[in-house]
Design a protein around this ligand. Structure first.
Ligand SMILES: [Zn+2]
Length: 370
């Protein structure tokens, strides 16, 4: 069992940069009475107030330890629930609201680990057993494990497993090189076509993850429909090279401030060199001005439709493109967002970050309001 525990920890580390603490692990013994537990599997359970997972076999190890223990130790939702439980003031309404996330995470993670560790026989039995198990809410209503698993798989298939972990389960973004490689390799609809992947932006534990991806064929991929925690800028090679030549901030920012994840390192180094050495052309300045105007029109349209976040984001870009054009016209070499200094831009950025903080707070607190 210990060997399996370590192997599963390694998988979780490499995909999500997290694993549960060993202090939360225990073999099953008769300590059941009187604990508040998630005791859905007869062969294991998780005692929330004591932070211990009691397990007896592979599925219960993955469910109770790698599922529940990890969730209550690291997820923003899990930590808040654990706190309420240990203070003795969790209401049944709050418990019910979080139950789907708690169980959804454990059910998904068990299936994920059984698959990654190649435990095919157990996986088959596990999948069959899902429809026989239910989550029971405080008013007696039940929801089938299979139904919960189907919802999680749907979210995974659309946005990828990392978005599921970060947005739905509330885990911090631990962006090691290995995690980023696994993230990019598992992006739905893109993974097989990637020429270059770069991470940039703030890279904080509870911020969006900004990725710039160059693919050999973009065809049906729609970045706008992919708006989760992962913020994607996807270009085909021709588009990427053209934008680099025009000092488009969509390329300069990731290439000059970001980190290479995977793909063609030579291409990355070459574009980085060119952007650092070349002076932007007249054509680039005109292009940046045109783009600024176009973005301003888009921002105004978003404002008219009441889409405040998109309005502020687009307006910030519109102002930035204008400032880049002005600086390049004066003969500056390539600049990054950080180097732009303008009171109007600062004001828009401040409003935007307040709005984002507000929406994160209200998402989490809405789970805890009875
Ligand atoms: Zn459970």
């Amino acid at each position: 069992m210990r060997e399996l525990l370590d192997e599963a920890n390694e998988v979780l580390q490499s995909y999500f940069g997290l694993c549960p603490s060993l202090r939360s692990f225990d073999r099953l013994c008769n300590v059941r009475s009187g604990v508040i537990s998630f005791s859905d599997f007869a062969d294991g359970f998780y005692d929330v107030s004591n932070h211990k997972a009691y397990v007896s076999d592979a599925p219960s190890l993955f469910h109770e330890f790698h599922g529940h223990a990890l969730f209550f130790e690291h997820s923003m939702i899990g930590k808040r629930v654990a706190e309420l439980i240990s203070n003795g003031n969790i209401s049944s309404a709050v418990f019910d609201k979080t139950l789907l996330f708690v169980e959804g995470h454990a059910i998904w993670t068990s299936a994920f680990l059984l698959d990654k560790l190649g435990l095919d026989d157990i996986f088959t039995v596990y999948e069959k057993s899902l429809c026989e198990r239910n989550v029971i809410f405080s008013d007696g209503r039940t929801l089938n494990y299979q139904e919960i698993y189907d919802v999680m798989k749907k979210a995974e298939n659309f946005y990828g497993m990392h978005d599921l972990w970060w947005r739905v389960f509330g885990f911090p973004r631990k962006l090691s090189k290995e995690v980023l490689e696994n993230l990019v390799r598992n992006l739905p609809g893109l993974s097989e076509k990637i020429i270059l992947a770069v991470v940039f932006g703030s890279r904080k534990e509870y911020s969006d993850v900004d990725l710039c991806i160059v693919v050999n064929e973009k065809k049906d991929f729609d970045c706008l429909s992919f708006r989760g925690i992962i913020d994607l800028a996807v270009y085909d090679l021709e588009e990427f090279l053209a934008k680099a030549r025009l000092f488009d901030v969509g390329v300069t920012e990731p290439i000059l401030t970001g980190d290479f994840i995977l793909g063609d390192k030579n291409l990355y180094e070459r574009i980085r060199q060119d952007l650092s050495n070349d002076v932007p052309s007249r054509e680039a300045v005109e292009y940046l001005r045109r783009t600024s105007k176009l973005l301003f029109e888009n921002a105004s349209a978003a404002k008219r439709s009441g889409m405040e976040e998109i309005y502020l984001e687009t307006l910030a870009y519109s102002i930035s493109y204008r400032l880049f054009a002005n600086a390049y016209e004066r003969g500056c070499k390539s600049l990054t967002f950080k180097e732009l200094c303008d009171p109007e831009l600062d004001n828009v950025r401040r409003k935007l970050s307040n709005l984002k903080r507000l929406s994160l707070d209200s998402l989490v607190s809405s789970l805890f309001i009875s």
